[in-house]
Design a protein around this ligand. Structure first.
Ligand code: ADP
Length: 431
């Protein structure tokens, strides 16, 4: 403040001295004109600098500092410094904000930010997918106008957000099951988090179906058995009738035992997800044994052929692989009319892997059933499966076994012509 005062007095003193010189040596009019000119010049300079300042405040420049004499120079310099430091702070905040957004985007959960009116302020990519939203289109919209599921509306209205809520059939294609939870924050704002639990949901419903299926599978033979037992207790039966009924009872018992055996095999396979050891299997010998078993299963009612065009040996679990192939052979026998051909083949593939297949000329399977055949208890031909003692678990076991060997089960079939079930043995399981 003091320095401004000194400057002002100095300027006035210079102008006065100049005017005095003019008055003394030229004329009084020249002196007044000089004073007017100097004051006009000073006024113009102030106006010009004020204009520059207002321009600078409207659109701050981060580059060159505007040059000006004296106090204005100081003002511009300080303003420039201030703008620069604000800019650095702003950039830091922007970077932090960007990093925060990137972190939320990277999380596999959906995130929606709602204001106090439950209008969408922001949502990430996963929230868009989970709830079928479009961040650009739906920002500013009330969430309950977009997510009209009664469970969700009730949840948001009730304001008890201590537990998540499960929403099914969400997303554009209704493909998601979501666990959604709201977390209030800040000034009556809310964070909606969604987690994709579709797989978990699927597993839960598979487990429920599995239990229902087993109960159903066991119910029939148990009902038959208890019926026969009642008959035994209540009716006098001839020896012949007794033998007949006992035969039927033992068939039902056999069916239950086969089911329990298959369930145990599946449970064992599931309990050991690790691939089996790389034990050397003498494949040719194993195939000869399998051929003999195939003939026994068929009671020599089919023409069974074994083709060994690969001389490689397999590294894996012989017991598991043999039971998988026996399952395929047993299916081929059960679904192929007597007298027809069944071919067991082991052959090399161009890429170094090998195929172990069982081919039949039987009933074949309609295309729509093929993708579901390895599901537990899925049957394309229910009556034939049950009539021939099928448990509905055979192909599920085969799939598990070959997947443990890091291979694949390939199914090709034509209705009315026959089927081919192939185990693809990967290169590193051969030697
Ligand atoms: P199942 O004990 O019922 O045979 P699987 O899991 O072994 O159970 O097979 C599932 C279904 O696949 C069978 O019910 C049957 O409909 C069909 N299937 C399996 N193998 C054959 C085959 N070789 N020919 C025709 N259908 C087959």
């Amino acid at each position: 403040m003091f320095s401004i005062f000194i400057r002002l007095i100095s300027i006035l003193a210079i102008i006065s001295a100049f005017a005095w010189v003019m008055a003394e040596f030229v004329s009084e009019t020249a002196a007044w004109l000089t004073v007017l000119f100097c004051l006009g010049f000073l006024l113009f300079r102030q106006a010009y600098n004020l204009h520059r300042l207002s321009q600078l405040l409207i659109s701050p420049s981060y580059g060159e500092v505007p040059t000006a004499m004296g106090l204005w120079g100081e003002v511009y310099y300080r303003l420039h410094k201030l703008v620069k430091s604000w800019r650095t702070k702003l950039l830091n905040i922007e970077q932090q904000h960007q990093r925060f957004i990137q972190a939320i985007e990277a999380s596999p959960n959906g995130v929606i930010m709602l204001n106090e009116e439950n209008q969408i302020e922001w949502c990430n990519r996963f929230a868009e997918q989970h709830f079928g939203l479009d961040a650009k289109r739906d920002t500013g919209q009330r969430i309950i106008h977009l997510l009209r599921k009664p469970t969700f509306v009730e949840y948001i209205v009730k304001r008890d957000y201590s537990e998540p809520v499960r929403l099914k059939n969400m997303g554009d294609a209704e493909q998601f099951s979501l666990d959604v939870q709201i977390f209030p924050y800040g000034d009556h704002q809310k964070l909606v988090l969604s987690q994709d639990v579709s797989q978990l949901d699927k597993t839960e419903s598979m487990r429920k179906n599995f239990v229902a299926n087993i109960s159903h599978e066991l119910k029939t033979p148990l009902t038959v058995l208890s019926g026969f037992l009642e008959t035994f207790q209540e009716l006098p039966l001839t020896k012949e009738e007794q033998a007949n009924y006992l035969g039927m009872m033992s068939a039902q018992t056999f069916r239950m035992k086969a089911l329990v055996d298959d369930l145990l095999v599946l449970a064992n396979l599931e309990a050991n997800p690790e691939p089996p050891a790389y034990d050397k299997i003498n494949t040719a010998a194993m195939l000869d044994k399998l051929l003999a078993e195939a003939k026994a299963i068929s009671h020599d009612q089919h023409q069974i052929e074994l083709v060994k065009s690969s001389n490689k040996d397999i590294l894996g679990d012989e017991f598991e692989l043999s039971s998988a192939i026996i399952n395929l052979i047993s299916n081929a026998v059960r679904y192929t009319p007597q007298g027809s051909q069944i071919k067991i083949e082991f052959k090399d593939q161009a890429d170094g892997s090998a195929i172990l297949s069982v081919q039949d000329t039987g009933a074949g399977i309609a295309q729509e059933h093929i993708p579901r055949l390895t599901e537990r208890f899925y049957r394309a031909d229910k009556s034939r499966s049950r009539d021939t003692g099928g448990t509905g678990l055979g192909l599920a076991i085969v799939k598990h076994v070959i997947q443990r060997h890091r291979g694949e089960l390939l199914i090709e079939s034509t209705l009315g012509k026959g089927s081919q079930f192939s185990l693809l043995i990967p290169k590193d399981r051969l030697f």
